[in-house]
Design a binder for this molecule. Sequence first.
Ligand SMILES: *Cc1c(COP(=O)(O)O)cnc(C)c1O
Length: 408
Amino acid sequence: MSAHDNLSQPHQTAFYSGLQKTISDLRDAGLYKVERVLASRQGAEVVASDGRHLINMCANNYLGLSGNESMVQASIKATEEFGYGLSSVRFICGTQTVHKQLEEAIAQFLGTEDTILYAAAFDANGGVFEPLFDADDAIISDALNHASIIDGIRLCKAARYRYAHNDMADLEKQLQDATAAGKRHKVIVTDGVFSMDGTIAQLDKICDLADQYGALVMIDECHASGFMGATGRGTHEHHNVMGRIDIITGTLGKALGGAMGGFVSARREVIEILRQKSRPYLFSNTLAPSIAGASLAVLKQLSSSTELRDRLHANTAHFRREIEQLGFTIKPGTHPVVPVMLFEATVAQQFAARLYELGVLVSGFFFPVVPMGQARVRVQLSAAHTTEQINTVLAAFAQAGRELNIIK
Ligand SMILES: *Cc1c(COP(=O)(O)O)cnc(C)c1O
């Protein structure tokens, strides 16, 4: 019973009670998402609104820059120089020197010709397909691609082909089908890294297939830009295919600072078309100067030193090795996303809740976010974690694991 019930018209009652039913169904099914409220900056250690101090193992804060004092100072400096915001889209009066500099710096970092900024990677993926491809073309997409890629493809008239996740034989079959259908342009689309399992797309094989069948390649680098590859350029560097990728989308909201903002990086003519036609770019406000300026500072730092990226990978290797030593099952790999497998949804929930009490923040994932019987807690390492913090986390995993009979 809400305070508005006695004021409602019948059509309103029907609408709002329908929403109430959906919400209670979500709760009954155990699918209702509760947001944890933090009372501190983001970081390796956070303070929850209940006052609890927690080691944070579930942020996309791969390089430890979110909440970092140098970022705060860089954003303040950019705010002082360029103001709080632009009150404009880019093409009217929302482009400043700092936006142009950032676009150039991203292109240089990724090894492309040009870059266009968006308010989020969700917008970049939402706005990249429709201006570039039409009904004569084919988009060939990994089945587990990010929701924003799926939505972007839906907004485009191109024929859709879906290949089984990370399955190169099926990708080849879809390429053959698209070729047989006489499609003009074909584009293969994949996350560079898949965030649920930390799976790294096989870009070397994908580029070979693309060459063989005359297809373009697009990758979403949200869980890769800044730390994958020897100098952190991304999955294309990791797989030694820099220069063979046609379109890269990514976020400023994860490793590259952690605020928000997204981009598409590609050949000059791709970016030029997007500036003319991409709807989330044309009809949405320009990125705040504080974010543009701070992101520029991040890229400068990452281009001059691989220290953060190296520390992240050392932390990841340490955690992966030790957690297996303890007897936990993890998805094998090298990425700082480490899925600790618990299989049953209730176990994953209990385990995450116990870790919270022990001062460790992780999130449990279960169906329908991951397949049935594949429930887990997903750990994400950060360059900001100290070895001591990681060892504290390992000890908490060991204690909770023994209490819940997950390990001996
Ligand atoms: C996080 C993420 C996005 C969305 O990024 P935002 O900048 O937060 O909108 C898109 N694609 C992938 C693969 C992601 O992991």
